[in-house]
Ligand binder design. Structure first.
Ligand SMILES: *Cc1c(COP(=O)(O)O)cnc(C)c1O
Length: 362
């Protein structure tokens, strides 16, 4: 007996997730390059749809998000019934953990995979198995060697956050082919639209042909709607049936559904956002590299850099913060000597490059 209600075992060992810093002391409008958001903001088309929807806020949303799923199905040529929407793709990842993990099961991912995967394992009394990488790149052979009969879920973010690493299609397919049929492979493609590499696969073709693989996507990144919380999964029928039983009935809210439908039609916005990132990614990588800082190749709208040690990374973060530039320190990601930069607007990128060069010269 204890003198207070006790949470499920292991929950208090979890470090609560902390998002990117949003404020720089002394700056009313700091340059926020810490959360991989779209520097162009939300598409006007989505804002208009959202405003229009405010005349119906007393009404519950469509719990099945049918119009949004139909729009997604049409856009990506997928069966409507195999799409499930969520309060961000994060909710869907959480629900998968809750649905498929039992205490003692193992959840496999590469050592610097997305932070959420570890939390999902711990929330469900499962064991996170973090497979060593090669210089921050996932190693599929090693991941397959780490599979045991307790493995239930394998998570791959492709491209991965925070490393930026893109797992080539051959590796992704080899990973899937090497997994037992009762292990669920979750391919998290939050940054798919930013990839410009012919070796990429977002995994949808795998989902079409197998029962143990699914992909998740989000409106938070290239669609610029992170604040609305809306994401979706394309999954086998059996997995969709499970998610539809465990999700809360109105998990995708009314304004989010309306805005997402509008954003989905806004090809020009997505194309402009992707092109902007593809233009600035090499420029920024080169500028960082020139200062002597190690840059990791990224397929997303962000760049990971290695400062060599934690003291230097912290000093750089503080130095840039004093100039109103907010980056993401990587201590919480198990990469204390690293910083992550989200690609911003032209002048923001230039301000960052200038600030970083000044730091290295100081
Ligand atoms: C940002 C991000 C997500 C998306 O989260 P949402 O809940 O949809 O906002 C998912 N996976 C990765 C790897 C991310 O970086």
């Amino acid at each position: 007996m204890t003198d207070q209600p006790e949470p499920r075992s292991g929950l208090l060992d979890i470090m609560a997730y902390r998002g990117g810093v949003a404020d720089a002391p002394g700056f009313t409008a700091p340059i926020k390059l810490s959360s991989n958001e779209n520097c162009f903001g939300a598409p006007q088309s989505a804002i208009d749809a959202l405003i229009e929807e405010t005349s119906r806020l007393e009404r519950y949303p469509d719990g099945g998000a049918l119009r949004l799923r139909e729009a997604l199905a049409a856009k990506h040529d997928l069966p409507v019934d195999q799409i499930v929407c969520g309060c961000g793709s994060d909710e869907l990842l959480q629900l998968l953990g809750r649905s498929y993990l039992n205490a003692g099961d193992e959840v496999l991912f590469s050592a610097h995979g997305f932070l959420t995967y570890k939390l999902i394992a711990l929330q469900n009394e499962a064991v996170p198995v973090m497979v060593p990488e090669d210089d921050l790149c996932a190693n599929v052979s090693r991941m397959l060697e780490a599979v045991t009969e307790r493995t239930r879920i394998v998570f791959v973010a492709n491209p991965n956050n925070p490393t930026g690493y893109m797992m080539p299609k051959d590796d992704l397919y080899r990973l899937h082919a090497g997994l037992p049929e009762d292990v669920l492979l979750v391919v998290d493609t939050a940054y798919a639209e930013y990839v410009d590499d012919a070796a990429y696969s977002c995994g949808m073709e795998l989902v079409r042909n197998h029962k143990n693989v699914l992909t998740t996507r989000t409106f938070s990144k290239v669609y610029g709607l992170a604040g609305l919380r809306i994401g979706w999964a394309y999954c086998p029928e059996q997995v969709a049936a499970v998610l539809n039983r465990v999700r809360s009935p109105f998990n995708a809210n009314r304004p989010a559904q309306a805005a997402a439908i509008a954003a989905l039609q806004d090809d020009a916005f997505v194309a402009r956002s992707a092109a902007h990132v593809q233009k600035w990614r090499p420029w920024l990588s080169e500028e960082i590299s020139k200062t002597g800082i190690r840059v990791y190749s990224s397929a997303g709208n962000f760049i990971l850099m290695g400062l060599g040690n934690a003291e230097k990374a912290d000093a750089a973060e503080q130095f840039l913060m004093k100039k109103g530039l907010i980056l993401r320190g990587m201590r919480g990601f198990g990469l204390p000597g690293f910083l992550r930069l989200t690609i911003g607007l032209d002048e923001e990128n230039q301000a960052f490059a200038k600030g970083l060069a000044e730091f290295m010269a100081s």
